[in-house]
Design a protein around this ligand. Structure first.
Ligand code: MN3
Length: 200
């Protein structure tokens, strides 16, 4: 069965004024959709057709002849995860076990935000910043292009797309302002907490 573009978990204007409907129209409706359509074409009539996205990502990550499939599968997964990691009136502070784990790992929410912003703004070119669970500890990482922590054995908890197409319409070249806005106003801590509890 072919992959489908999952609908956004909120209306297209649901993240305004922090992320515009226009950005979501292009980023979800054009970029994400193109990855889905290209992936379907690439796996059609191959042994990968019918496999899950996670299976395809793991099966193609280390095979250079399959880089186009890996890139499109990774981008489909990463974008869906990114949309789910935001919500209208997001941001604020996490609570419960997640808040405790962030304090333990980073020394507080502000310190976590600093590290995440640092990773997001120093990823040269296109890529992703992540909060992951790795060896029982919360860590901030970054990946290039379509790479995903699943390949490296970590459990993704949250991601921010730092490809230029993610922020150029709203912030032009100001990636640091985009990442700060993501952290302060868009992050869905409920989503992060759900991923953390599922990973135990
Ligand atoms: Mn993107």
């Amino acid at each position: 069965m072919a992959f489908e573009l999952p609908p956004l978990p909120y209306p297209k204007d649901g993240l305004e004024p922090h992320m515009s409907a226009k950005t979501l129209e292009f980023h979800h409706g054009k970029h994400h959709k193109a990855y889905v359509d290209t992936l379907n074409k690439l796996v059609q009539d191959t042994p990968l057709a019918g496999q899950s996205l996670e299976q395809i990502i793991k099966a193609t990550a280390k095979d250079e002849s399959k880089t186009p499939i890996f890139n499109n599968a990774g981008q489909v997964w990463n974008h869906t995860f990114f949309w789910n990691g935001m919500k209208p009136r997001g941001g604020g502070a996490p609570s419960g076990d997640l808040a405790k784990r962030i304090d333990q790992a980073f020394g507080g929410l502000d310190k976590f935000k600093e590290q995440f912003k640092q990773a997001a703004t120093t990823q040269f070119g296109s890529g992703w910043a992540w909060l992951v669970l790795d060896g029982g500890t919360l860590k901030v990482t970054k990946t290039a292009n379509a790479m995903n922590p699943l390949v490296q054995g970590g459990t993704p908890l949250l991601t921010c797309d730092v490809w230029e197409h993610a922020y150029y319409l709203d912030f032009q070249n100001r990636r640091p302002d985009f990442v700060q806005t993501f952290l302060d106003h868009l992050v869905s801590w409920d989503f992060v907490a759900k991923n953390l509890s599922g990973a135990h």
